[in-house]
Every structure is written in C-alpha cells, then in structure tokens.
Design a protein around this ligand. Structure first.
Ligand code: HOZ
Length: 428
C-alpha cells in the first residue's frame, strides 16, 4: 500500500535530515513510513502509491477552501508570467495590507514576512524594542514557530518528540522566556509580580492548536488583556492558525478580544509561504525604516505569495457564509466522532472551535499541556494508522489540531465517521 512512499523515504533520508523538511511529518511519533504526497485537489490528497485520502490537515491550516482552489490557482498562473520576485515594492502589497486591515479592527499597520515563525519572532523583537524590556511570557504547549525564544516548553513537534530543552538555545535566551500553564491566569499574575517592569510581551495562541486543539476558558484571554494593560506589557495574539480561519477577523473577532500585536501565517498565504505581523500604530512605528527595530526579507511581500493570499482572503471577506458552512461541517463531524467514541467505550475528549477540532484519548477535560500530555498517546498512534489505512489523513501526532476545509462534502464526513467507527473497533 505504501511501497513507493517507503522507497522515497529511504532515498530522502540519504539527503535530508530524517528524510523530511519539518519534523512532525516524519511520522516518528506515530511510527511507520511518512506518506509521500503527489498532488491534492479539493478535500483530497493523492499519494505516490495511487492511494487517496480525505484531508484533515489542510497543509496545517492554509487550505481553508480546499486544495487547488481555482481562483487562487488562476491568479498565481497569471502572475507568474509577470515576475516571481522583484525585491522592490509593488502595488499588490498595498492591496494586501489594505485588505487585511479592513478585516481586522485593531491592525493599523502590517508587515509581510515569509512564515509564522518569522512573524512571531519579529513581533517579540518589536515588543522588546518598544518596551525596552527583555522577558516574555509564553504558555506551556503553545508553539510560536522555531525561533530560539519560543523553544521553551513548546508544543507541536517538541511535544510530539518530548523535547524539553533544545540544544543550541542559549541559557540566556531561555531565561528570558517565562512560561505558565494555558488557562492559568493566577500563574501569569505571579510571574508578572515576580518580574516587575521586565516583561515585554505575553504571547499566546488564542485557541491553542499545537497540543491538540485547546480552548481558552471564559475570562482567560480577557484576564491576560487586563494584566498587560496594568503592567505595560505588549499583548501578542499568535493567530498563525486561527487568523482568517475562525472568522474573517480571526480569533480576535470570534472571541471578542483585542491584542496590541497580532501575528499571521497559514491562511494568509493560501498555501504559499507567507506570514505577517501587525497591530497598533504606536507600536508598529518602531519597526525599521520608521524606527530602529530592524526586520527585513528579500522575499517579503513576494508577488506570487501576495496574489495567492489576496485572492483567498478576498473570497473569505466577501462570503462570510464560508465560516458558517465550515462550522456546520465541523459540528457534524464532532457529533459523529462523539457517537462513535461513546459507542467504543474508550475515554475521550473532543475539543472544537470553528473548523479546528481534535480528539484526546483521556477521561479528564483537556485544558492545558499537562492534561493533553496525560492522554493516551499510544492509542492515538493506533487510531491514526487505522484511519490512514481507511483513507483518512489526520495530523501524525496527538499534539496537533485537525483543520477542516470547506471542500469537504457531507459524504466525506460520513465516510470519515464510518472509518472512525471501524478504526475504533479494530483497536478495541
Ligand atoms: N508546525 C506544523 C505543526 N504545528 C508542522 C508543519 C509541517 O510539518 O509542515
């Protein structure tokens, strides 16, 4: 079934560390051979062995309307003939910035970068430059990309591979990153009290997607907002996963919360490499060339990435019914999953908001990294492989959110639910 993938993986490992260009893809935590993909269309992935899968990763978020969404493909096709990169300003970058700003209530200025990592790294540098302070607070199990400052008690691949401290991150950098459990306001208050006038920023995924999907408890984000206001701390929402996914205005709109700086990635590039950070003018004006906080990039604002992202975002802005459709599909899946899981008798939790959802095999509610890590990861591995065999592609880790795309049909969801039933029977 995976013959060609196996051959490709063997070959890949000769030239690429671990055979992959991003660790979670290696299937190391679920075992087996990573599936090498050949093409994707709508809700489906097609691999190198002629198998196809219903996709619940959506490239880890970007493909919100499904793969090869025709208007994006068309726009990229047209633009590639004009230039692939100028390294000079273009009118399209203004269109993109105007569109993003029109979709958010509190972004006055926005700077395009090439990835979510770059966006978060730059936002933290800006917060430090703006406040003149060094420390940041992040949350255990949250992942803001692989910049040094974030690789402390991080989620995603670090949770997947149980990497507690990362060689290469200097003790000095790590000491400037303070951590608190997700949903624990009191822990944040204590950190702020213990480090007066030293904390530049609090950065958080407003809905965590890198330890499975974890929702903020009522009042948690509002509490952080208040702490930031009281202590002069820059509040950064990492909307790399949630931006333009939970609502046209992201988690800020969906949850009614406003940050000082926001970071974007994934959906903003429609599958091309894009990130962005933006926010209040008074802070953003400290970025070079207006201010001295330096940040730059040869491919930033790349015309192909801009036209892809612009075309997708415009569709999302003009047709908000996409969000209700996505939510209905996700709720339908949630109901089917819940019934199948209840029937199987395994302990489970299904966390969901909008089109983000995940299953933890656990008796106790999953509200932070400790409760996520306490779930039955061995069972998840078997569940993952049984579903893969049945043509359903989940994230190959218990510590990642699933992302639905709007190309999924009710038939796809029914097939998935049936595959879940059969998989649970097989692993019982
Ligand atoms: N950072 C992604 C998971 N949260 C994984 C990216 C990838 O492997 O493509």
């Amino acid at each position: 079934m995976f013959h060609n993938s196996q051959l490709l993986f063997e070959r890949a490992q000769r030239f690429i560390p671990g055979g992959v260009n991003s660790p979670v893809r290696a299937f190391k935590s679920v075992g087996g051979t990573p599936v090498f993909m050949q093409r994707a269309q709508g809700a489906y992935l097609f691999d190198e062995d002629g198998n196809h899968y219903i996709d619940y990763i959506a490239s880890w978020g970007p493909m919100i309307l499904g793969h090869a969404y025709e208007p994006v493909v068309q726009a990229v096709r047209e633009h590639v003939l004009t230039a692939t990169s100028f390294g000079a300003p273009t009118a399209l970058e203004i269109e993109m910035a105007e569109l993003i700003i029109s979709m958010t209530s509190n972004v006055d200025l926005i700077r395009m970068v090439n990835s979510g990592t770059e966006a978060c790294m730059s936002a933290v540098r800006l917060a430090r430059g703006y406040t003149g302070r060094n420390k940041i607070i992040k949350f255990e199990g949250c992942y803001h990309g692989h910049a040094d400052a974030f690789l402390v008690k991080a989620g995603s691949g670090l949770a997947t591979f149980n990497i507690q401290t990362v060689p290469g991150v200097t003790p000095g950098v790590a000491a400037d990153t303070l951590t608190a459990p997700y949903n624990d306001l009191e822990a944040v208050r204590e950190l702020v009290a213990a480090h007066p006038d030293s904390i530049a920023a609090i950065i958080i995924e407003p809905v965590a997607g890198n330890m499975g999907c974890i929702l903020p408890e009522s009042g948690f984000l509002e509490g952080l907002r208040q702490i930031c206001d009281e202590a002069g701390i820059v509040f950064i929402l990492d909307e790399v996963m949630t931006g333009f996914r939970l609502a046209p205005g992201g988690a800020q709109e969906r949850l009614g919360i406003e940050a000082d700086l926001v970071t974007y990635g994934k959906v903003i590039g429609a599958g091309l490499p894009v990130g962005a950070f933006g926010g209040k003018k008074a802070i953003m004006e400290h970025i070079s060339p207006l201010g001295k906080v330096y940040q730059a990039g040869t491919l930033s604002g790349n015309p192909l990435a801009m036209i892809a992202g612009y075309t997708l975002l415009k569709t999302l802005k003009e047709d908000p019914s996409i969000y209700s459709s996505l939510e209905q599909k996700t709720l339908y899946l949630k109901k089917g999953l819940t019934e199948a899981l209840e029937h199987s008798g395994v302990p489970f939790q299904v966390n969901q908001l909008g089109s983000m959802i995940s299953v933890h095999f656990s008796k106790t509610p999953v509200v932070d990294f400790a409760t996520s890590a306490a779930s039955d990861v061995e069972l998840f591995k078997r569940f993952f492989h049984e579903l893969l065999k049945r043509g359903v592609y989940l994230p190959p880790s218990a510590f990642e959110s699933w992302f639905l795309n709007n190309a999924l049909s009710l038939e796809d969801l029914d097939k998935t639910i049936e595959a879940v039933r059969q998989s649970l029977k097989a692993i019982a």
